[in-house]
Each structure stands twice: as structure tokens, then as C-alpha cells.
Ligand binder design. Structure first.
Ligand code: OXD
Ligand code: MN
Length: 605
């Protein structure tokens, strides 16, 4: 046992004792062959990439086509976040609430100790310090992940500010989040490794009181890159509720109108509803500019001036590849031209990558995400529907100059959206903050491939945080109401809106073209913020009036434009009843303000 511990003597001399002691405890439990402290340097990254190619975890893509880029193929059983194996183990079950899996923390600790005992045998344990948010920003938070997956180290190196600078921020009095990760596949002496080690048993566990994360059995995305969903959303939502700020599953953009005035907008959509496409929107509207700040997570805190200021705590994009193409998101396609890790996309015969939606025509032959021959006649898609790209934020040429401003950006508008074939209008503005919180609380969307479950099924996804809230969902709503009270309307507190790009006609056609045409809706939103255009009240909120959106220029017919706002009282009524059940299922903590907004919604019907 002590043999493993000698390795921690290689801890950087400035590593805080609290980190060193924790690393030793985890090493004692998991018994790695060696321990490596990551410094985040280019050389370290290149060495790990080269080693991963040698080990078969990564395939080097053709450097003439895709310089410095790699393909990973996961185990076919390890392809998405596993919400059914994700736990919030608060002392009291009520603090996790009805939307989270819960187990008594002592019981869970015993289970995980059993699984993790010797789990890293034969492997290297990497110590990965990281900062969420610009290093040293007052809004940033620190964490340290240990992991036995080089793929996870490489990914965390892209998705966070990882390495020596982050470690140097941790002193004796610094709070930092410890995150333990093992793929759960120890190697016996002489045993050959596999390309994607993982375990059929999976746990992604959060302890709110001690702010710890423990993950076992998966190397995929949010299950394993713990800085992202586990820290920046689940643990951060707990910290935010205590400290008075918001951890939101939201993209961030800077929008500049033809008069040169800029706005910052945060937008929350459930997973795989096009957040990255929206974050990199190329406006069809002449003279407008949209620049990217983040595509997945926003941390937002009320400032002393009564405005809400936001940072993107991440440093890269872990986006869904299928559906990212020249016609839907040319900025992303250009961003992925080099320095990218792809996971579960298809390989072309000349060593490049392809996925459904990248181009109109698929190549005549590919190797699919599982390494099998593929032709356009094949029955299954060439790329897994949840295939991903991992790329640094500064690869995006639409990145805003303020994207890593340590002070954050002031938010002018907050948008909620989902994938809704029916009922929900193209856009509606909340009458006030409380109404906006109601919009967020009752948000629903059709299920996508980013998580397990039946595709297309409608599910409530309040604040797009259903899989990501570390607290009782109703407490989360109350917290939003509380934060709203600290904001100052006259100083420019954000207005709240709801959008739906996905409404379909009776024939199943999308009624709105989406993508670059969404700039028309975004422009309307900023004009509402400025008070330049009128709106009219409707069941869902304030909707555009007098053709203040030029829908004809977007190629939409007058009938379709009307259908985008149509209210089928029977269908909306049925949905309101479903919302009754949903609010009921949240239990007695549902804020009175949300109940009041719901009955107001019903009475307007
Ligand atoms: C993501 C998700 O990966 O929401 O961003 O699933
Ligand atoms: Mn997400």
C-alpha cells in the first residue's frame, strides 16, 4: 500500500497540503500504479495524445485534412450521460428533491468505497487541477479531479483552464471541489488494455454538504469530465443557492445591432436542442452581429449595480456533432477544422471525419462509429446520434472579445427554449421576472439522444436543469425568484423570454426555418429590451405585434406565421393539466409565485 504513496512526493512543491493529503487518500483506496500531476502544458498534452494513439484510444486523423485532430470510439455501452445512475446524496432526501436520484450518503460511500478499492490498479492516476472561469476571476471556482482516463485528462485540458495556474490558486483557505473518477477497469499484471476501458456498473455521485463528486464506470462526457455537468451545474447550483448566484444550463452570446449597440443574452435549452448552433448564429438580418461567449453553461451573479453579470465557466465546447453542418452552423464547421477531438463520429476513407448533417450527401463509404464498414444503404447512422467534438473556445472565430472577461458580461435578456412540435409559440416575452421564472419552471421538451430514454417523448425539463440541478428543483425556482429581487429593473435587469424554433404544421413540416433566421427573433428580443417595439399580450406572454418581425423575409407564409402563434385551447388546456400534475409532483416547496402564475395562465386560457 505504501508503495503507491511514494509517488505523491512528485506533487508540485506549491501544491496545497489539503490537495496532497486528498490525493494520497484516494491513491490509497484506488491503488494506481503511478500518480502524475498535470501541469496543463502543451508538451504534456502532446505526450498524452501520442500515448493515447499508441494505446489505441485515439486515432490520429489525416493531418493534411484535419491537423492535430483525433477520433475516439467509445465502448458501445458508454455513449451518453446516464441520468439513471446520477445521484445527489444530500444528508436529507428532501434536499435532493423529487427530480434527483438519492441514496443515504453513508450507504453510497460504502458502495463506492467497495467499487473503488483497487479500481486504478495497473493504471496511472492523473491529478488534474482546474479553474472554472478565468483564473483569478471573482466569479471563478476551483476544482481538482483525479482520473485514470487519459482521454478525460485531455478533454478536461480543453474544457477548463487546467494545470499549474489553477493549482497555484489553491491555498490553505481556498475552497476547492474534489472530484474522483475511475473507469472501473483495473489491469492485472501483464493484462492488455482495451481502447475504451469502462465498467457496466456506473455511478455519478454528488455530496452537496461536502461538495464532493465521485464517478465510477464511464469515460463519456458529462459522466467523466466532471468539471462540466457535475461541478459547473450540479455542485455550482448548490454553491450558488448558498451564495446568491445562479448556475444555469445556458449559452451566452453578445448581440450587436446595426446601430452598434451590444446586448448580452443567456439562453437555456435542454441538451441537444441546438445551443451550440444558437451560440454561433450567423444572422440573416443585415447589419447584425452575434458573437459567442459560451454554448452550455453560464454562471450569473447580481452585481452591486443591480445588473446580472455572467461568465462562461468553461474554456471549450463539447458539442453534439450530428446536425452541425455547413448549412446549420458554418462557424462550428470552421472551428472544427483542426485541433479537435471527435468521439463516435464516422471515419472517411482518407482519414477525415463525417457525421449526419455535416454535408448534404454522405460519402459513398465510411467506417462507422463502431469501426464497421458503412455505406449510405446501411441501416444505422454512421455517427452515433450523441457523437461529440471537443475543441477549445479560442478555435471559434466568432468568439466575443469579452468571452473571458474576469468581470463577466451584463445580461440583458434570458431565453428559455425547448423542442416543441405543438402549443408553444415562436417567441413570447414574460410579463415580469416572476412570470419568467414560471416559464422556466414549466419548460418542456421532446427527448433527444443526449441522455437515455425514448426519443421524441415530451418531458418537463425545468430551467433545462432537470438532469443538472444539485438541489430540490422547487428550491431552485425559489432561488431564481430571490435573485430576481436583488436585480434592479431601472438599472437594466434582464427581461425573460421563451422561444420555440421547432413548431410543426399539421403536415409535420417545421413552420419556422430556424438557424440564421433565428436572428430575427433575437433582434426582436433586443428591441423589446430597448423598448423600441410594441408587443401584444397573449396567453403565453407578450408576442410580436404589427409585423415587428419580418417573417416574410425569412420565407415564412402568412398562414405559417399565424400557425406559429396559434393557440389550440384544447391542446394547451391538456398541457396545463399536465403542468398541474408536474407542479404537484414537486411537492410542497413549490413557490407560491409559481402556483400563482400557473393559475393565471389557466385563467387566461
Ligand atoms: C451536454 C448536455 O453535453 O447537456 O451539454 O448533455
Ligand atoms: Mn448541456
Amino acid at each position: 500500500m505504501t508503495a503507491t504513496l511514494t509517488h505523491t512526493h512528485h506533487a508540485p512543491s506549491n501544491a496545497d497540503d489539503s490537495v496532497v493529503a486528498w490525493v494520497e487518500t484516494i491513491a490509497e483506496l484506488t491503488q494506481p500504479e503511478k500518480i502524475v500531476w498535470c501541469d496543463g502544458s502543451e508538451q504534456e498534452r502532446q505526450r498524452m495524445l501520442d500515448d493515447s494513439v499508441e494505446a489505441g484510444t485515439l486515432i490520429r486523423l489525416n493531418p493534411a485534412k484535419r491537423p492535430n485532430s483525433y477520433l475516439a470510439r467509445s465502448h458501445p455501452s458508454d455513449v451518453a450521460r446516464v441520468e439513471s445512475r446520477t445521484f445527489i446524496c444530500s444528508e436529507s432526501e428532501d434536499d435532493a428533491g423529487p427530480t434527483n436520484n438519492w441514496a443515504p450518503p453513508a450507504e453510497m460511500r460504502a458502495t463506492l468505497d467497495g467499487l473503488l478499492e483497487g479500481a486504478m490498479r495497473g493504471r496511472t492516476m492523473y491529478v488534474v487541477p482546474f479553474s472554472m472561469g478565468p483564473v483569478g476571476s471573482p466569479l471563478a471556482r476551483l476544482g481538482v479531479q483525479v482520473t485514470d482516463s487519459p482521454y478525460v485528462v485531455i478533454s478536461t485540458g480543453t474544457m477548463t483552464r487546467m494545470g499549474a495556474d489553477a493549482l497555484a490558486q489553491i491555498g490553505p483557505d481556498t475552497e476547492w471541489v474534489p472530484a474522483v473518477h475511475s473507469v472501473g477497469a483495473p489491469l492485472q499484471p501483464g493484462e492488455e488494455d482495451v481502447a475504451w476501458p469502462c465498467n457496466d456498473t456506473k455511478y455519478i455521485v454528488h455530496y452537496p454538504e461536502s461538495r464532493e463528486i465521485w464517478s465510477y464506470g464511464s469515460a463519456y462526457g458529462g459522466n467523466a469530465i466532471l468539471a462540466k455537468k457535475a461541478f459547473a451545474l450540479r455542485i455550482a447550483s448548490m454553491i450558488g443557492e448558498e451564495e446568491g448566484w445562479l448556475a444555469a444550463h445556458m449559452l451566452l452570446v453578445k448581440v450587436t445591432n446595426p446601430r452598434g449597440r451590444s446586448f448580452h443574452v443567456a439562453a437555456g435549452f435542454p441538451s441537444a436542442c441546438g445551443k451550440t448552433n444558437f451560440a454561433m448564429l450567423r444572422p440573416s438580418l443585415p447589419g447584425w452581429k452575434v458573437e459567442t461567449i459560451g454554448d452550455d453553461i453560464a454562471w450569473m451573479a447580481p452585481g452591486p449595480d443591480g445588473r446580472l453579470r455572467a461568465i462562461n465557466p468553461e474554456a471549450g465546447f463539447f458539442g453534439v456533432a450530428p446536425g452541425t453542418g455547413y448549412s446549420t452552423n458554418p462557424t462550428a464547421v470552421e472551428m472544427l477544422a483542426s485541433n479537435t477531438i471527435f468521439t463516435n463520429v464516422a471515419l472517411t476513407d482518407d482519414g477525415d471525419v463525417w457525421w449526419e448533417g455535416l454535408t448534404g450527401e454522405p460519402p459513398a463509404h465510411l467506417t462507422d462509429w463502431q469501426g464497421r464498414d458503412w455505406t449510405p444503404d446501411s441501416e444505422s447512422p454512421a455517427a452515433h446520434p450523441n457523437a461529440r467534438f471537443t475543441v477549445a473556445a479560442d478555435q471559434c472565430h466568432a468568439i466575443a472579445d469579452t468571452w473571458d472577461d474576469p468581470a463577466g458580461v451584463p445580461i440583458d435578456a434570458i431565453i428559455f427554449g425547448g423542442r416543441r412540435a405543438t402549443n408553444v409559440p415562436l417567441v413570447a416575452q414574460a410579463r415580469d421576472w416572476e412570470h419568467g421564472v414560471y416559464m422556466g419552471a414549466t419548460l418542456a421538451s421532446e427527448r433527444t439522444a443526449a441522455a437515455e430514454g425514448t426519443l421524441g417523448e415530451l418531458r418537463r425539463d425545468p430551467f433545462a436543469m432537470l438532469p443538472f440541478s444539485g438541489t430540490h428543483m422547487a428550491d431552485h425556482w425559489q432561488h431564481w425568484l430571490n435573485v430576481g429581487e436583488q436585480l434592479n429593473q431601472s438599472a437594466g435587469a434582464p427581461q425573460i423570454f421563451q422561444v420555440n424554433w421547432f413548431r410543426r404544421g399539421e403536415d409535420g413540416r417545421f413552420l419556422w426555418p430556424g438557424f440564421s433566421e433565428n436572428s430575427r427573433v433575437l433582434a426582436w428580443i433586443t428591441e423589446r429590451v430597448e423598448g423600441r417595439v410594441d408587443a401584444e399580450d397573449s396567453t403565453f406572454g407578450l408576442v410580436p405585434k404589427d409585423d415587428s418581425i419580418d417573417w416574410a423575409a425569412a420565407g415564412v407564409s402568412p398562414e405559417d406565421w399565424e400557425a406559429l402563434f396559434e393557440i389550440d385551447s384544447a391542446a394547451v388546456g391538456a398541457e396545463a393539466e399536465d403542468a398541474d400534475d408536474f407542479l404537484e409532483s414537486m411537492g410542497p416547496k413549490v413557490p407560491a409565485a409559481v402556483v400563482r402564475q400557473h393559475s393565471e395562465f389557466r385563467s387566461r386560457l
